[in-house]
Write a protein that binds this ligand. Structure first.
Ligand code: PMP
Length: 437
């Protein structure tokens, strides 16, 4: 079964290469393969499944749509559900942002919403260059990929979206300035401010700056809140729209409804997808009304605002709020992080444990090679692959990410229990020990 599928699918397939299982059933935090083996799913559709698989409130919302002859597709025509969904989503935003905000429904994926955000700020400012960050990931569509750090995807493409300037992200463990610690974010923001003040840098008037408050695919790297505040100040002072990509971090994943809230800042443009569709495809851009410069029809597309996804998304949003999921995520995240930090004490190959809420990365390093000037060892992607395989054998699905494919990424559904966190950490520990021997 798997072999015939692999033969038919494009060579670009990614996850099935590392996780060669066919999934038959799924519930909560678990998936079951075709042989009946059950796994903890800490990949969660790359962070999509906030409430896990087939959560009863999501299932009930979808069923009710089908049982009550609700429209499944209406282009962007209004429905009572759409109004309710937007009300709920706006009520989840900081009031200061929501009161002046506009929403644009985009195509089904995060990448679609990134494309819309870039078009929007280009139209609003009339400028062309874009500021992005090393290690960032924004999608696989043309502009989104051009803004992303993923070199492998861009390798053979002749002609990306031009004028993208990659700035240093405050990745303290592999500090782009060879310093580490607090120095990383301080130098990063000072350097960025200097570039934006120096006409010779060629980037003084960009159409926008796009960033993730916690880099996801780049290796679960949280930006310090001070740095985020600096990026807000620097962009505000220069009238540069700040686009925050919360495709992966949004809806409670980091311990707040939105990751920018940790820094107490407000973006000009917010990009959301993944969890807002409650496991179904949906993406939106929410922005300050001063950027609402599009003429009618300036941004269209057939599958904008899928009704079933809005029903599932509304149920998810309500559940997250009613059950105070973000504050629970904060506690569960600390619990998982403390297990992983304890393991780091034991195993030299674990170089770094970091993250925010239930978005945690464990960077695997090769301690047999020479460390760099700040004592950081090179990434060890081969060991990361071995750990991933050992995890899979023991019933734990984990993503490997990061610029050097050496970060084990924990993205469990937000409804994970303390006991499950302990079990996941225990399986991971066994897998790490097995892979390191
Ligand atoms: N932005 C971020 C931060 C993401 O993590 C992703 C997907 N991993 C995207 C954008 C792109 O979303 P999609 O794959 O749905 O196009």
């Amino acid at each position: 079964f798997l072999r015939s599928q692999a033969a038919r699918e494009s060579n670009a397939r990614s996850y099935p290469r590392r996780i060669p299982i066919a999934i038959g059933e799924a519930e909560g935090i678990h998936v079951k393969d075709m042989d009946g083996k059950v796994y903890y799913d800490c990949l969660s559709g790359a962070g999509t499944l906030a409430l896990g698989h087939n959560h009863p409130v999501v299932v009930a919302a979808i069923k009710s749509m089908l049982d009550n002859k609700r429209p499944l597709h209406t282009l962007d025509l209004t429905t009572p559900l759409k109004e309710q969904f937007v009300d709920e989503l706006f009520a989840s935003l900081p009031e200061e942002f929501a009161k002046n905000a506009r929403i644009q429904f985009c195509g089904p994926t995060g990448g679609d919403a990134i494309e819309a955000a870039i078009k929007l700020v280009k139209t609003a400012t009339g400028r062309r260059s874009i500021l992005s960050f090393q290690g960032g990931y924004h999608g696989s569509t043309h502009a989104a990929m051009s803004l992303s750090g993923t070199l492998g995807q861009k390798e053979k493409i002749n002609g990306l979206v031009p004028d993208v300037h990659f700035l240093p992200y405050p990745y303290a463990y592999r500090c782009p300035f060879g310093k580490g610690g607090e120095e990383t974010h301080r130098i990063s923001s000072a350097y960025i401010e200097k570039l934006l003040s120096d006409p010779e840098s060629g980037i003084v008037s960009p159409c926008g700056m796009i960033l993730e408050a916690v880099q996801g695919e780049g290796g679960s790297i949280p930006a310090p809140v001070e740095w985020l505040r600096e990026m807000r100040r620097i962009t505000q002072e220069r009238d540069i729209p700040l686009i925050i990509d919360e495709v992966q971090t949004g809806l409670g994943r980091t311990g707040k409804m939105f990751a920018f809230e940790h820094a107490g800042i407000i973006p000009d443009v917010l990009v959301l997808s993944k969890a807002i569709g409650g496991s179904l495809p949906l993406s939106v851009v929410i922005y300050h009304q001063k950027y609402d410069v599009w003429k009618p029809g300036a941004h269209i597309g057939t599958f904008r605002g899928n009704q079933l996804a809005m029903a599932a998304g509304l149920a998810t949003l309500q559940y997250i709020k009613e059950n105070e999921i973000p504050s629970k995520v904060e506690q569960l995240g600390s619990r998982l992080a403390s297990h992983l930090l304890a393991l780091k004490q034991d195993v030299g190959y674990i170089g770094d444990v970091r993250g925010r809420g239930l978005m945690i990365g464990v960077e695997v390093v090769n301690i047999r090679e020479k460390p760099d000037a700040i004592g950081t060892f090179p990434a060890y992607p081969q060991l990361a692959s071995r750990i991933q395989r050992e995890c899979l054998e023991r019933g734990l699905i984990l993503e490997v990410g990061g610029r050097h494919s050496a970060v084990m990424r924990f993205l469990p559904p937000l409804i994970v229990t303390e006991q499950q966190i302990d079990e996941i950490a225990c399986i991971f520990s066994e897998a790490v020990h097995a892979a390191c021997t």
